[in-house]
Design a protein around this ligand. Sequence first.
Ligand SMILES: NC(=O)c1ccc[n+]([C@@H]2O[C@H](COP(=O)([O-])OP(=O)(O)OC[C@H]3O[C@@H](n4cnc5c(N)ncnc54)[C@H](OP(=O)(O)O)[C@@H]3O)[C@@H](O)[C@H]2O)c1
Length: 508
Amino acid sequence: MGNPLTAGLAQNLIPQPCTLVIFGGAGDLSARKLLPALYNLSLDGVLPTNFAVVGFARNELDDSTFRAFARDGIERFSRRPLDEAHWADYSRSLFYVTGSFTDAQAYVELKRRLEKIDSEFGIPGNRVFYLSIPPSLIATCVEQLKANGFVADPGEGPISRVIVEKPIGRDLATARAINATLARTFDESQTFRIDHYLGKETVQNILVLRFANSVLEPLWNAKYVDHVQLTVAEEEGVGLRAGYYEEAGALRDMVQNHILQVLAMIAMEPPWSLDPENVRDAKLNVLRCLRPLTAGDIDKQVVRAQYGPGYHHGEEVPGYRREEGVRRDSTTETYVALKVFIDNWRWAGVPFYIRTGKRMPKRVSEAAIYFKPVPEILFNTNRDAPLEPNVLTLRIQPDEGFSLRLSSKLPGPKVRIYPVKMDFHYGATFGDSSPEAYERLLLDVMAGDATLFMRRDAVEAAWAWMMGVLDAWESSRTRYLPEYPTGDWSPVEADRLIEADGRKWRTL
Ligand SMILES: NC(=O)c1ccc[n+]([C@@H]2O[C@H](COP(=O)([O-])OP(=O)(O)OC[C@H]3O[C@@H](n4cnc5c(N)ncnc54)[C@H](OP(=O)(O)O)[C@@H]3O)[C@@H](O)[C@H]2O)c1
């Protein structure tokens, strides 16, 4: 049985004929995510009939070695195995142009190849430019695209779209600068800022769960919700990405984008239609209602920490400051916990607890909605052992699905109450493996549907809110962060943050 939810939110995704040009096509993201995602879309038969991929980077490849590079990526990272017959056909649509992004001549060659591919594949000049490159090169690339006549205004002539990867800046000022650079060449309707979390089934399903079921929405507010916990835990340490991570840290890497996006979907008002702008307006309104964190709040509402040494899968591993490529006096956080409030009518006074970190006991992302306890009468009279509250858990990864914890009577003559779970797993219910987030998102760009992409104002609103924390950290001149042992859920400081409110982090 196919997965009926893979159709996602939009009713009719019709990708337009186009060439996808991957800037940085010979890079890591291209090999691990983009090329395998495109291959899976091709297996599903959902790519446009007239379609080609062009890798563009300085690595010395040609069409045939790029195809070998793509094949290797697919063999290692694809959701489904490589099918020889399909590959023989599909691989003919993959091409490569060698060149430096700073070299105007390379764009002349790129254009020549694209025009040739257009005529061979019957593509009417439509192009999607995927900037799978370091953020420092975005300005150069988009300026060259403009200068070399690659970009048509929306509504005039062939389609031109650009996809930008995170990070969009490292603070509000740099995010605004990147957005301004993009806006000089591409209209906002042509700009797709990707956040792969939004391509995950469970994240899309938050809206379906909330607005396609009558039992939840009446409870979805401060009257019935006690608090919400958002967790993104990674098992791995910083690995080979120390260069990037040292400049980012957990707050920028996870909270600014993925977690705030999920929070916005959980907290948003019902949009009046599924039109991309309506959905994105509703999310933006949540970000605008985040209560600013002032310097005085930071100590009480934010905890940052670094992982210490320990054992990972039986192997001794160093603490963060001892990792290769990390400064010995680094104050980059590998863990952050926050208590945030959304100051609007629906969520007044409901804390949203957020935590994310590396080297946690397991890789898991979930959102848990804790409902208020029942009154202390009938079955809930024992203050020393109160009933467990109802909790709705949305599991984003792995094992996507959701569950609802209810209280039930244990069988027998006595009234003994036990928490039970109503549990839904995508895999078990719908059989098929869910598509990778990049599959869904690439298809959306080809169809011109921006619902699951971050709009400029939302990116800047998220940064604007986060600047309160970043500025306070910057001026505190802290020299040491608390440590948590590798394989632990949290530093004690984070436990205190939530326990001060009489609550506890979920055990996952
Ligand atoms: N990798 C991931 O899992 C991941 C996850 C989330 C977001 N991202 C984002 O995705 C983007 C790409 O990341 P990545 O990991 O794929 O990077 P990467 O492996 O370094 O790939 C970048 C590619 O661009 C090429 N390149 C760099 N400078 C160039 C220039 N001046 N002219 C021509 N080609 C040039 C590189 O060539 P060389 O090999 O010669 O340097 C490489 O082929 C980044 O924005 C990153 O933040 C990546």
